[in-house]
Design a protein around this ligand. Structure first.
Ligand SMILES: *[C@@H]1O[C@H](CO)[C@@H](O)[C@H](O)[C@H]1NC(C)=O
Ligand SMILES: *[C@@H]1O[C@H](CO)[C@@H](O)[C@H](O)[C@H]1NC(C)=O
Ligand SMILES: *[C@@H]1O[C@H](CO)[C@@H](O)[C@H](O)[C@H]1NC(C)=O
Ligand SMILES: *[C@@H]1O[C@H](CO)[C@@H](O)[C@H](O)[C@H]1NC(C)=O
Ligand SMILES: *[C@@H]1O[C@H](CO)[C@@H](O)[C@H](O)[C@H]1NC(C)=O
Ligand SMILES: *[C@@H]1O[C@H](CO)[C@@H](O)[C@H](O)[C@H]1NC(C)=O
Ligand SMILES: *[C@@H]1O[C@H](CO)[C@@H](O)[C@H](O)[C@H]1NC(C)=O
Ligand SMILES: *[C@@H]1O[C@H](CO)[C@@H](O)[C@H](O)[C@H]1NC(C)=O
Ligand SMILES: *[C@@H]1O[C@H](CO)[C@@H](O)[C@H](O)[C@H]1NC(C)=O
Ligand SMILES: *[C@@H]1O[C@H](CO)[C@@H](O)[C@H](O)[C@H]1NC(C)=O
Ligand SMILES: *[C@@H]1O[C@H](CO)[C@@H](O)[C@H](O)[C@H]1NC(C)=O
Ligand SMILES: *[C@@H]1O[C@H](CO)[C@@H](O)[C@H](O)[C@H]1NC(C)=O
Length: 476
C-alpha cells in the first residue's frame, strides 16, 4: 500500500512513534546511492560480507540465470506511459496480460516465493513455518545457486520488520529504506531459520561485490529500497534509478550474459478498484532476438515466475499456485521450448479471474478468516515435471479439502499465530536469538524495527556489545 508523504506524516503523528523516521513533506528528488551499479556505498547501509559462493552452473533449457527485479504499486498504464519504460520495452518482450495476485504488497511477495499468499491481506510482520516450502527448496534440490539482494538491508539474513538509516537523499536525518514485507524469502522460516540460506539474503554492497566477482547466482530476487522501487516515490523516480542502475548493468556480461533473463515487474497496481494488471517485461541476453520489442498477451501471474523457472530447470513443484492451471501459464518463449501446454487464456479474456480481491480470502495468515496451513497438493504435476516438494515436518494428511471452517481470530482479540516474531537473527553472520518469541495476539508482536545504532541498545547485552563492533561498519 502506498502512502503519500503527507499521509505518512499524519500516520506517524497518530502512532506517536518516537523512533520514526523524519519524512519530507515534499516530493523526493532521486539521488544516486552509489557511484555506479557495481560500486559499494555507505548509502547501502550494511558492509559487504564477502563474495557469494556458488557451485557449478546448472544449465537450463532456455536460460541459465533468472533475475527478478520488483518495483512497487503502479498501474500498467502509468508504467507504459513512462519514456524510460517505453525505451526498456524495445529491448524485451512486454507481457500485456500479467497480473498480481491480490493487495497489498506483502502477500504478492509471499506468493512469488511460495506459490500462495495464504490469505494474507496486510503488510504486518509474518513468519511462515518451516514445513512450508518455497522456490529455494526446489532450486537447492538441483544445486542451482540463488540469492536475494535487498537494498538498504543492514546485514545478511536480517530478520527485522524494517530498518532506518541515514537519509542519503536529504543529506541529514534518518529514513526507513528497508522493509521485511518486500523481502519474500526472509518471511519463510524454512529459509530464514537455516543459517546457510539466511545469509544468501544479501544487501547491495554484497551485490556490488558479487558482480565484480562474477558471482551473481542463477536465480535472484532484487528489491530496490523504498524510494528506488517507487513505494514512497513515483514512476519518474524509478525511471531515474533505472537510468542509474539498470541501463548500464544490462551491458555488463558479469550480470547479463547471453543466457540471462531479467524480469521487471511491479508487486501490484496502485489502484485497487481495477483488476491487478501490471507492466512486466522479460529482457536480457538470453531472450531470443526476434522477441525484442514485441508483446505477448498470454495471461500470466506472479505464479508464472515459479512455473517458468520449474520448466526451465526441470524442477519439482510446490503443489500450490505454481501447479494451478488457471494461474500458472509458463512464459511462452520457455513453454514452447520445454513443450509445456498453457491454458490458452490471453488478452482481456473473461476467464481471467479477479485478482484484486483482498481481505476475504481464508488462510493461515488471515486472522479474520483463519484456517491452519495445509499441505500442498502432493499429486500435482507442474511445468518442471518433478515431484511436489515435501519438506521435513510436513503433515500431508492436512489437505486443503480437510480444512476446518475459517475462524475469526480478530473477534477473539487474537492475531494469526504467524504474526509472531520467531526471534532469531544474524547480526554477525551467526544465528542468535534476539528476543523470546512474542506471544500470539500481542498487537506489537514481532514488529521489531531498528534505527541505525539505537536498536542494538534494546538487545541483550552480548548483542549490544557486538553492536559496538558492527556499528561502525554500518555508519561507514
Ligand atoms: C550517497 O548518496 C549521496 C546522494 O546521492 C551522494 O552524494 C554520495 O556520493 C553517495 N555516497 C557514495 C559513497 O556513493
Ligand atoms: C534507452 O535505452 C538505452 C539502452 O539501454 C540506454 O542506453 C538509454 O540510456 C536509455 N534511455 C533512457 C531515457 O532510458
Ligand atoms: C548437489 O550437490 C551435492 C554435493 O555436491 C551432490 O552430492 C548432489 O548429487 C548434487 N545434486 C544434484 C541434483 O546434482
Ligand atoms: C554466449 O557467450 C559465451 C561467453 O561469452 C560465448 O562463448 C558464446 O559464443 C555466446 N553464444 C552466443 C550464441 O552468442
Ligand atoms: C476489482 O476490479 C474490478 C474491475 O475489473 C472491479 O469491478 C471491482 O470492483 C474491483 N474489486 C475491488 C474489491 O475493488
Ligand atoms: C520498436 O518498435 C517500434 C514500432 O512498434 C519502432 O518504432 C521502434 O523503432 C522499434 N525499436 C527498435 C529498437 O527496434
Ligand atoms: C510459440 O509457439 C507458437 C505455436 O507454434 C507460436 O505461434 C508462437 O509465436 C511461439 N511463441 C514464441 C514466444 O516463441
Ligand atoms: C507444520 O508443522 C507444525 C509443527 O511445527 C504442525 O503443527 C503443522 O500441522 C504442520 N503443518 C503442515 C501442513 O504440515
Ligand atoms: C472479525 O471480527 C472483527 C472484530 O470483531 C470484525 O471487525 C470483523 O468484521 C470480523 N470479520 C469477519 C469476516 O467476520
Ligand atoms: C529454528 O530452527 C531451530 C533448529 O535449528 C529450531 O529449534 C527452532 O524451533 C526453529 N524455529 C522456528 C520458529 O521454526
Ligand atoms: C559473513 O558471513 C559469514 C558466513 O558466510 C560469517 O561467518 C560472518 O560472521 C559474516 N560476517 C558479518 C559481518 O556478517
Ligand atoms: C517500521 O517499524 C515500526 C515498528 O513496528 C513501525 O512503527 C513503523 O511504521 C515502520 N515503518 C515502516 C516504514 O514500515
Amino acid at each position: 500500500m502506498k502512502m503519500t508523504a503527507r499521509a505518512l506524516l499524519a500516520a506517524g503523528t497518530l502512532l506517536a512513534h518516537a523512533a520514526g523516521p523524519a519524512r519530507a513533506a515534499t516530493a523526493q528528488v532521486f539521488s544516486p546511492p552509489a557511484s555506479s551499479y557495481d560500486a559499494e556505498s555507505a548509502n547501502y547501509t550494511g558492509a559487504s560480507n564477502g563474495t557469494l559462493q556458488n557451485g557449478p552452473v546448472v544449465p537450463g533449457k532456455v536460460f541459465d540465470r533468472f533475475v527478478q527485479i520488483w518495483f512497487e504499486n503502479t498501474d500498467f498504464e502509468t508504467a507504459a506511459s513512462s519514456p524510460t519504460f517505453q525505451n526498456l520495452s524495445q529491448q524485451g518482450v512486454l507481457f500485456t496480460s500479467y497480473y498480481a495476485m491480490t493487495h497489498p504488497s506483502e502477500p504478492n511477495y509471499i506468493a512469488v516465493a511460495g506459490g500462495d499468499f495464504f490469505g494474507n491481506a496486510v503488510d504486518d510482520f509474518r513468519a511462515i513455518p518451516m514445513n512450508i516450502s518455497s522456490i529455494v527448496d526446489l532450486l537447492e534440490q538441483k544445486n542451482i545457486s540463488w540469492a536475494s539482494y535487498q537494498e538498504s538491508m543492514p546485514y545478511d539474513g536480517f530478520t527485522g520488520y524494517n530498518y532506518t538509516s541515514f537519509d542519503y537523499i536529504a543529506g541529514s536525518g534518518d529514513y526507513t529504506y528497508y522493509v521485511r514485507k518486500h523481502n519474500p524469502l526472509i518471511i519463510f522460516d524454512s529459509v530464514s531459520n537455516v543459517t546457510d540460506r539466511a545469509l544468501r539474503i544479501r544487501n547491495f554492497n554484497d551485490f556490488a561485490r558479487d558482480v565484480n566477482a562474477s558471482a551473481i547466482p542463477q536465480w535472484s530476487f532484487i528489491t530496490p529500497n523504498l524510494v528506488n522501487d517507487g513505494h514512497d516515490t513515483d514512476i519518474d523516480f524509478v525511471s531515474q534509478w533505472i537510468q542509474f542502475w539498470l541501463n548500464p548493468i544490462l551491458a555488463d556480461t558479469r550480470f547479463n550474459d547471453n543466457r540471462t533473463i531479467i524480469l521487471l515487474t511491479f508487486d501490484e497496481t496502485e489502484t485497487y478498484s481495477i483488476n491487478n494488471r501490471i507492466w512486466t517485461l522479460a529482457l536480457g541476453g538470453g531472450l531470443p532476438a526476434q522477441l525484442k520489442n514485441t508483446t505477448d498477451d498470454t495471461f500470466y501471474t506472479h505464479y508464472s515466475c515459479l512455473s517458468t523457472v520449474e520448466a526451465n530447470w526441470g524442477l519439482g513443484s510446490l503443489g500450490r499456485g505454481d501447479t494451478n492451471a488457471s494461474l500458472n501459464n509458463v512464459f511462452e518463449f520457455v513453454a514452447n521450448v520445454t513443450g509445456w501446454k498453457n491454458n490458452g487464456v490471453s488478452g482481456s479474456s473473461p476467464d481471467i479471474p479477479l485478482l484484486n480481491i483482498t481481505g476475504t480470502i481464508p488462510g493461515p495468515l488471515n486472522p479474520e478468516y483463519y484456517v491452519p496451513f495445509s499441505a500442498p497438493n502432493t499429486s500435482a504435476v507442474g511445468a518442471g515435471g518433478g515431484p511436489v516438494f515435501q519438506g521435513p515436518g510436513l503433515n500431508t494428511a492436512l489437505t486443503a479439502a480437510s480444512q476446518p471452517a475459517p475462524v475469526n481470530l480478530t473477534a477473539k482479540g487474537l492475531d494469526t499465530p504467524w504474526a509472531q516474531n520467531p526471534g532469531y537473527d544474524y547480526p554477525d553472520g551467526t544465528q542468535v536469538y534476539t528476543s523470546t518469541p512474542s506471544p500470539t495476539g500481542s498487537a506489537s508482536a514481532g514488529t521489531r524495527s531498528w534505527t541505525r545504532g539505537e536498536g542494538r541498545v534494546a538487545m541483550v547485552p552480548a548483542l549490544a556489545l557486538l553492536g559496538l563492533v558492527v556499528g561502525p561498519l554500518l555508519v561507514l
